[in-house]
Design a protein around this ligand. Structure first.
Ligand SMILES: *Cc1c(COP(=O)(O)O)cnc(C)c1O
Length: 410
């Protein structure tokens, strides 16, 4: 039996995270279920950007010595507690795509190029596979694909140098067992790079506890760093002296301002820098990461699971009646999203919802994704979003011609 609006409001009254919502700038009348693609704006991020602009105006080049230059390491240290890493193990720089290239190149170099295969998962977010392919082409390695749903153990052998997997799958929201998988890969003498794009800020992540040596993730999704906010890269402290990473630029040099003719990697996590970063784009992310320091991740997880369950419960009978599949994994294996599959009209349903102010997204083929971000969504938001979904489907609003047209970014 779906919950009543009264009961849902009662949940909001007792929600320990409820006060965070007031610290985000959210458009009036919108219910934002797309924080898994681009997080909402913390109020503090506007001031942070403006003050960085002022700093540029007033301090000019001196700004680099006033917090701009060391932002990748400083923000890395703010990221660390959110993913169970230590100080000096995380750097915030570039994007996932480039960081994956750096780590895969670094790993193969540190193994002495003994193993010729890079394994990535089919059906995952494509950039991870593209980068594996690109590196293999460039360096003469072999790219192997783990088909979606196949057992990893069947694809590991003594030729595999490195594996790239997502902790939470971007389409289905399935959460992998990070500790067991990491151990399995290490037992086969290979390394694993975890992609935390859909887990950092979505649930408690403990890299140390899971024995993880390498990871990447982005900050513009659940972490609310802003469009194009820089990604993070993690290397366990015992594995930071393995050699060069392939994008060996001057910011990752041991002495960047010595302007030596030859490259020598910096010690520690700094060697994973490449070139000059934008001080402006670090400003809103730093404001957001400071807010995140206050978040109780266990409470976040509890609310996230309650919200996804509430949404599914409110819609269960409707989905069944209309042949819409709910492929959301069970709670223990779930990220922070609900994934619904429909044979036809998925794109139009999402467009009709957007017209009503409920923002989700659509991914081919047939997948409607709804992300649940406990910091700025209330239980009532979730309940109202489900009500809109029901009305769009029951009234067949999605059949209107204006909902069939495709935009460039969906
Ligand atoms: C969003 C996402 C990315 C994004 O990569 P960028 O290089 O930051 O554009 C990568 N991997 C996964 C799994 C993602 O979900």
């Amino acid at each position: 039996m779906p919950m009543t609006l009264e009961a849902v409001r009662e949940l909001d009254r007792w929600d320990p995270l409820a006060t965070f919502k007031a610290r985000f700038a959210l458009p009036d009348g919108e219910i934002y279920l797309d924080g898994n693609s681009l997080g909402a704006q913390p109020l503090a991020s506007r001031e942070a950007v403006v003050s960085t602009l002022d700093q540029w105006r007033d301090e000019l080049i001196k700004g680099w010595n006033q917090g701009w230059f060391d932002a990748p390491e400083r923000l890395g240290n703010l990221m660390a507690p959110l993913i169970g890493a230590g100080q000096g193990e995380v750097i915030v720089t570039d994007n996932i795509t480039l960081n994956l290239f750096k780590l895969l190149g670094y790993i193969t170099e540190s193994q002495g190029r003994q193993r010729p295969v890079i394994l990535s998962e089919g059906g995952n977010f494509p950039t991870d596979g593209y980068i594996a392919q690109g590196l293999c082409r460039f360096a003469g390695y072999e790219h192997r694909v783990l088909p979606e749903g196949a057992a990893l153990v069947d694809y590991l052998d003594d030729r595999v140098a490195a594996v790239v997997l997502s902790q939470v799958h971007y389409r289905t929201g399935r959460l992998r067992d990070m500790a067991a998988t990491t151990q399995l890969v290490h037992e086969h003498g290979a390394e694993i790079v975890w992609d935390l794009a859909h887990s950092a800020g979505a649930l408690p992540v403990d890299l140390h506890d899971c024995g993880v040596r390498y990871a990447v993730g982005c900050t513009y999704k659940y972490l609310n760093g802003g469009p194009g906010a820089p990604a993070f890269l993690y290397v366990h402290r015992d594995h930071q002296a393995g050699g060069w990473q392939p994008l060996s630029g001057w910011h990752g040099h041991a002495a960047p301002f010595a302007f030596d003719g030859d490259y020598a990697p910096a010690s520690g996590i700094t060697r994973f820098r490449s070139g000059t970063h934008s001080a402006l784009i670090y400003a809103p992310l730093e404001a957001s990461l400071r807010l995140w320091q206050e978040v109780d991740m266990a409470a976040l997880r509890e609310k996230s699971l309650k919200m996804t369950e509430l949404f599914r419960d409110c819609l269960a009978d409707l989905l069944e009646a209309h042949g819409i599949g709910d492929i959301t994994p069970p709670p223990a294996e779930r990220g922070s999203q609900v994934a619904l599959i429909v044979r036809e009209h998925g794109y139009a349903i999402v467009q009709a919802l957007i017209a009503r102010g409920v923002i989700g997204d659509y991914r081919e083929p047939g997948l409607m994704r709804f992300g649940f971000t406990p910091l700025y969504l209330s239980y009532e938001d979730v309940w109202q979003a489900a009500r809109h979904f029901r009305e769009v489907v029951e009234r067949r609003e999605y059949l209107a011609p204006r909902f069939q047209e495709r935009a460039e970014v969906t």
